[in-house]
Write a protein that binds this ligand. Structure first.
Ligand code: ZN
Length: 141
């Protein structure tokens, strides 16, 4: 199984670690309040609580304005488990990051679209399930 990561803003994860301190790329998805505003999330391994830093931070661009948001584990735990599809042919796990984000697996027989909300798929080769971005696990429905 290979999880295909979405990085629509093409952020350089090493540069992020230099800028924001020890962190790891988590994935890219929308908050429920806006299903067409992808946010690229990172796990902050040593958040500076004295500065109000959270366990996770997300970066995005709203029209032309870059923004950063933070979330603590408790409020984020369920959000980082997102719908995904595992292709039964190439074993790739793919997910859609926002409403108009269509993604194909590398063999082309499965696709996802529609962000976190509604998925469609073709070819009958994809198994729908839940992807836990933190634990990197996929569980079919
Ligand atoms: Zn495939």
């Amino acid at each position: 199984m290979k999880i295909v990561d979405n990085n629509p803003y093409h952020y350089n994860h090493l540069k992020m670690a230099k800028t924001f301190g020890e962190c790891s790329f988590l994935g890219t998805f929308c908050l429920p309040s806006n299903d067409n505003l992808p946010i690229t999330w990172y796990v902050a391994w040593n958040p500076d609580r004295s500065k109000g830093h959270k366990d996770f931070f997300g970066l995005g661009i709203d029209f032309v304005s870059p923004f950063i948001v933070g979330r603590d584990y408790e409020e984020f735990e369920l959000l980082m488990i997102i719908p995904a599809i595992k292709c039964q042919l190439c074993q790739e796990v793919i997910y859609s990051s926002y409403r108009h984000d269509m993604r194909y697996c590398s063999c082309g027989s499965s696709y996802v679209d529609g962000g976190n909300i509604a998925y469609q798929r073709v070819g009958g080769q994809g198994k729908l399930g839940k992807l836990n971005l933190l634990l990197r696990t996929f569980k079919a429905y």
